[in-house]
Ligand binder design. Structure first.
Ligand SMILES: [Zn+2]
Length: 638
């Protein structure tokens, strides 16, 4: 599907969150490292309570969370969280180091620092903050990022605390670890100036790069998170949370545009059919009897548990629920998301997808008859659950169906790994910020600015020079790397393996080896940052030869553990290589004598390299082969 993004008025804004690498958390002395897996911890259990604002209003997002009545369990790991994270002790003064790092990044993004930093409380309702709010402060305003499709303004740069880390979740409970709560984050929000999916990627990449170049931010998965705001003309501004891979950004933008366009088409179709929101019924019907003898396994298993089958008749809706809104997701899927989120049911079954799930054609007809509907023009939705859940689920589905006549509902969505999105919750009310009274404001004075200036962040244009002169890469490799989304990874790896592994090996693996393996169909995504670091460390320390890198990556990608993969390709000792060279010379002695030992280097090299298959460094093999052949010459000619 080709989309004219300019024509449909696409506007995208980015919100990038990156953990800062300060020594302690933002409001206490706890470290900014996550607790090890086997840490000792105690647990605290809490429940969320809803209060009205001074004006008597309830926040829709908060009301939604409290309606779930979930038990919230907080794990407090020893040495990684204290009474501040538990909200039992007031926050300490703002961590100065974090503020300085954030201001240095702001400076590199051409933003102006504010005169005084005031923390605010932003309501957070999913339990990931023990206090029920996140502390956040604007530290700079008015920056920009240059891009070939136009300058993208930066609206605000904020310093804030990271939320607790979700460990587990199930019916009626959620478990958080408090080790991550309070780690300082910089939040960079652009204006909705981005006009294409590719520009969104480039800008996110450039901002990410500037942060990495400060050398003062955290590395690895989960340390950077991107949220997107996406709208088109006539659509709605949709928040999409949790895009944790840069490469996913263009897809997320494209699929969200497709979704909004499809929802607008559905709206037009409903109007064309002469339907009105009032035509969506407010009540549903118990149709358990029609399916009581069904052979469908889902239906039978549910009925045995005492559940019932409820149906919502939808006169005039035939075909609408089957409209595809993004790849693999139909309008029915959107409704199903609402039923799951608000009713806690497994989902919905709708007539446009039937017969299916073991529900037969004649059963579908019976339901149509039972509801007094016409199978040629009408539709229905089934929910199998107990009455209470079905009631809540249908209420949400009916509201959503009525909104289909208006267009795109304002909502917060979550990114799926394939770039599509799912409904998360309604967008919170605008008035969700209020002043934090426990934290003293910080004046940004000359002494802070002096510390800020000590952090040197090169401009992206200067990186080429650093790669060539600082890291010793060839001009060719450096210019490939600079355009590669793996540049972040490269810079992190080089910094971590300084003096161990040469930057050339890291660079050529990332820009060449990984790509060609991917083309061969190797699932290189399974080889994460940690695995790469271990591979490069093994090369640097001589545990494996650089020639073995592709084989090791292949092994890890197919599920072998990193350690096992490294072991099975570990380097041969010099003695072992010498033995192989001797064997090759002996078995080819006639040819070598005919050609002369000096002219047989490449012949012997080729045979030896195919025997050692990556388990020895080519340069070392070459030295040994030349030495052995030279010895042969000295022993006398043919
Ligand atoms: Zn603490």
């Amino acid at each position: 599907m080709e989309i004219d993004y300019k024509g449909i008025g696409l506007k995208v804004g980015l919100e990038i969150h990156q953990q800062l690498d300060s020594r302690s958390k933002l409001f206490c002395g706890c470290p900014t490292k996550l607790a090890p897996e086997d840490s000792k911890y105690y647990e605290v259990v809490r429940y969320m309570w809803l209060t009205k604002s001074e004006l008597g209003e309830l926040d829709p997002a908060a009301a939604y969370e409290v309606s779930k009545g979930r038990k919230i369990v907080y794990r407090v790991p020893e040495g990684h969280a204290c009474l501040v994270e538990l909200d039992e002790e007031p926050p300490h003064d703002v961590n100065r180091e974090s503020l300085v790092i954030a201001l240095a990044i702001a400076n590199a993004l051409n933003a102006q620092p504010v005169d005084e930093v005031y923390f605010m409380r932003k309501i957070v309702v999913d339990g990931s903050n023990t206090s029920g709010f996140q502390r956040t402060a604007i530290i700079a305003l008015g920056g920009y990022v240059e891009d070939e499709e136009g300058v993208v303004r930066i609206q605000t740069i904020a310093l804030e605390e990271d939320a607790a880390r979700k460990v587990d979740e199930g019916p009626g409970y959620v478990i958080y670890n408090l080790d991550r709560l309070g780690i300082p984050l910089i939040e960079i929000s652009t204006a909705p100036d981005i006009v294409s999916p590719d520009q969104a990627l480039r800008v996110a990449y450039k901002i990410g790069l500037i942060m990495r170049l400060s050398g003062r931010v955290k590395r690895g998965i989960g340390t950077i998170r991107q949220d997107l705001n996406i709208s088109i003309a006539g659509g709605e501004r949709i928040e999409i949370k949790g895009v944790d891979k840069l490469e996913l950004i263009p897809k997320v933008v494209k699929y969200e545009v497709m979704r909004q366009l499809s929802l607008l088409k559905i709206r037009d179709e409903l109007h064309k059919r002469g339907l009105r929101p009032e035509d969506v019924p407010e009540t549903f019907v118990d149709v358990t009897d029609t399916l009581k003898d069904s052979k469908s396994r889902i239906v039978r298993a549910s009925l045995e548990k005492g559940m019932r089958v409820y149906a919502l008749p939808l006169p005039g809706f035939k075909g609408v629920l089957a409209v595809e809104v993004s790849p693999g997701r139909r309008f029915g899927t959107e409704l199903s998301d609402y039923a799951k989120a608000w009713g806690g049911v497994g989902g919905i079954i709708h007539s446009d997808e039937l017969p299916a799930y073991g529900i037969s054609e004649s059963e579908v007809l019976q339901i149509y008859n039972r509801l007094g509907l016409d199978g040629g023009r009408d539709a229905f939705i089934l929910i199998i659950s107990d009455f209470e859940k079905a009631e809540r689920a249908f209420k949400a589905v009916i509201e959503r169906l009525k909104y289909a006549f208006i267009g795109v509902p304002r909502e917060t969505r979550g990114a799926n790994p394939d770039g599509t999105t799912r409904y998360l919750r309604p967008q919170p009310g605008a008035a969700r910020m209020y002043p934090e009274t426990d934290i003293r404001p910080v004046r940004i004075d000359e002494s802070i600015l002096m510390e800020v200036r000590k952090i040197y962040i090169p401009k992206p244009e200067e990186i080429l020079k650093i790669l060539i002169e600082g890291h010793g890469l060839s001009h060719d490799l450096a210019s490939q790397l600079i355009r590669d989304p793996l540049l972040h990874l490269y810079l992190d790896l080089v910094e971590e393996l300084k003096g161990v592994t040469s930057p050339q090996i890291i660079a050529s693996t990332l820009v060449a080896t990984m790509k060609s393996l991917k083309r061969e169909g190797v699932n290189v995504d399974k080889v994460d940052y940690e695995a790469l670091r271990e591979i490069f460390e093994a090369v640097g320390k001589g545990r494996i030869a650089k020639e073995a890198i592709p084989d090791v990556i292949k092994a890890i990608a197919s599920g072998t553990s990193v350690d096992k993969a490294l072991d099975s390709f570990k380097s041969l000792s010099v003695e072992e290589v010498e033995k192989i060279v001797d064997e090759v010379i002996t078995s080819n002695i006639d040819t070598i004598r005919t050609r002369g030992p000096e002219k047989s280097v490449s012949l012997v090299m080729g045979k030896v390299m195919s025997l050692v298959r990556g388990r020895a460094d080519g340069a070392i093999v070459n030295t040994i082969v030349r030495k052995k052949l030279a010895e042969l010459s000295k022993q006398g000619g043919p």
